[in-house]
Each structure stands twice: as structure tokens, then as C-alpha cells.
Design a protein around this ligand. Structure first.
Ligand code: KIV
Length: 258
């Protein structure tokens, strides 16, 4: 097992695990200073390309963004989402995960689902590919509205069983997306591996957010997002100053000219 994963596992019950997304080098560089895990999430489909669903994200898009992110990471574990339809069978999962790792030098991959994709997950891990799980709300599977998970006894049973199944088969951590507070708490207590929550309460071992959301670059009204910064406003200020100085011929000066 690689050291960075051991470090993350050791944090369970000691200190919170910090995970954030990055889609490019410059953001990755800043994020990496504060994270344990940098995730190249397929959320880039909606955040950067306005896709109606992450189902439209391709392997090539994930590879290109991940190559850029790799340049910005010095210390965090780099995890890349396997896009929709790239892990339908265990053979395709292994072929595409190997391609992702070979071309991007990422450390691990993330797949959405539990029992339904356990054969693929098992096969990747048996072939020495570290896997991060993702349970609860699974954006690649949602057709209609996004809803929280763990409300009915059927859902709760499935979530708890899937989490245990993923752990038994060797995933090193599980993202819990929009899972009801008490269920996230139970899963976190039941597991030896860490849970990383998003909209799943403070009870998880760590938290993940889409960086563009928390820095206010991506406008969103999702309940679990807290805007820690209004970067849009700051960018606007800089760009406005540039435009004003160009128009008034204050920029460029001799100092900025050859
Ligand atoms: O795609 C993504 O960014 C994710 C996180 C939000 C967990 O899967």
C-alpha cells in the first residue's frame, strides 16, 4: 500500500481528512497545500462544461484535466473519477483505470456504487489499483432530481451493506454523498476505513467539496455548499482595473514594454 494511503487510513478517529477537487494545475497547487486528497471529480462536466449530467464526461476529458492537475500536486493523494460507462465490466474497468494511471500518474481511482459494481472494484484492487468508493447520491446514476439517501429502511440497509462490502473488498476510503446524518454516523462508526462526507454531516471522518463552489467561482445553491470566499468578485476587481488602465493609457508603462 502506498504511504499516502496509509497516512489517510491512520487519520481515522484522530484528525479530519481534507479532500477537495481540482481540475487544473493552478488550483491544484493551492489546494494541495491544505489537503490529504485532491480529487479530479467528474463534476467538472457540470462546473466547467455546463453538461446537464456527469454522464456526458469522457475519459479523454478526465485524462486531460488530470494531466494538468498532476503538475500542481506535491504531497496529496491524487484520485481521479472514472467516468460513466468506463467501468461497465471488469475488463473495461481495468483497461480504463490503467490508461488513466499511465497517462496521468494519478494514485487512485474513484468509482460510484456498491454491490452492483463490486466485481469491477474487486478486479481493480486485485490488480493493484487503489480504489476509493462513492455511496449515497450517485450523480452518474441519477436521472431526475438529486435527493438525499438513507431515508427509508430499504435505503439504509443497502447503504450499510454496500459500505461493508466495499471495505471487505479493499477500498481505502468511501465518499458518502448526501447521506442522512445518523446513517453517515453509523457507517462511519461501523467501518475501519475512513468516510469522506459531502452533505453527509460532521460525523464523517473527512469532508470533500468542489473547490470552485467553496471559493465562489461556480454559482450554486446546493444545500451542502458553503461559500468560503467570493473569488468572482476578486477576479472582477482585477479585470476591471486592467480595463480602466488600458483605456486611460496608464498601462502598459515603459517598465512593461520592450
Ligand atoms: O465529481 C466530484 O467532484 C465528486 C465529489 C463531489 C465527491 O465526486
Amino acid at each position: 500500500m502506498i504511504n499516502k494511503i496509509k497516512k489517510i487510513l491512520n487519520k481515522k478517529n484522530k484528525s479530519k481528512i481534507i479532500c477537495l477537487t481540482a481540475y487544473s494545475k493552478n488550483i491544484a497547487e493551492e489546494v494541495d497545500k491544505h489537503t490529504d486528497i485532491v480529487l479530479v471529480g467528474d463534476s467538472l462536466g457540470s462546473v466547467l462544461y455546463n453538461y446537464s449530467s456527469t454522464r456526458k464526461v469522457t475519459l479523454t476529458e478526465m485524462i486531460n484535466h488530470s494531466k494538468s492537475v498532476r503538475l500542481g500536486i506535491k504531497k496529496s493523494l491524487m484520485v481521479v473519477d472514472m467516468p460513466y460507462k468506463t467501468y461497465d465490466t471488469k475488463v473495461s474497468a481495468l483497461k480504463n483505470a490503467r490508461k488513466l494511471i499511465k497517462e496521468t500518474k494519478c494514485d487512485a481511482v474513484k468509482l460510484e456504487g456498491g454491490k452492483k459494481i463490486i466485481k469491477q472494484i474487486k478486479f481493480l484492487i486485485n490488480n493493484k489499483i487503489p480504489v476509493m468508493g462513492h455511496l449515497g447520491l450517485l450523480p452518474q446514476s441519477v436521472k431526475g432530481k438529486f435527493r438525499s439517501k438513507g431515508k427509508t429502511s430499504k435505503e439504509i440497509k443497502q447503504l450499510v451493506n454496500d459500505a461493508l462490502l466495499l471495505q471487505q473488498n479493499g477500498v481505502f476510503a468511501i465518499v458518502l454523498e448526501c447521506v442522512k446524518t445518523q446513517i453517515a454516523k453509523k457507517i462511519t462508526q461501523d467501518l475501519k476505513i475512513p468516510t469522506i462526507g459531502i452533505g453527509s454531516s460532521v460525523n464523517c471522518d473527512g469532508q470533500v467539496l468542489v473547490t470552485d463552489d467553496l471559493i465562489g467561482l461556480n454559482e450554486t445553491k446546493i444545500k451542502f455548499v458553503k461559500k468560503f470566499l467570493n473569488l468572482k468578485k476578486i477576479i472582477n476587481l482585477g479585470v476591471k482595473k486592467f480595463a480602466v488602465e488600458v483605456k486611460s493609457k496608464k498601462y502598459p508603462t515603459k517598465k512593461h514594454s520592450y
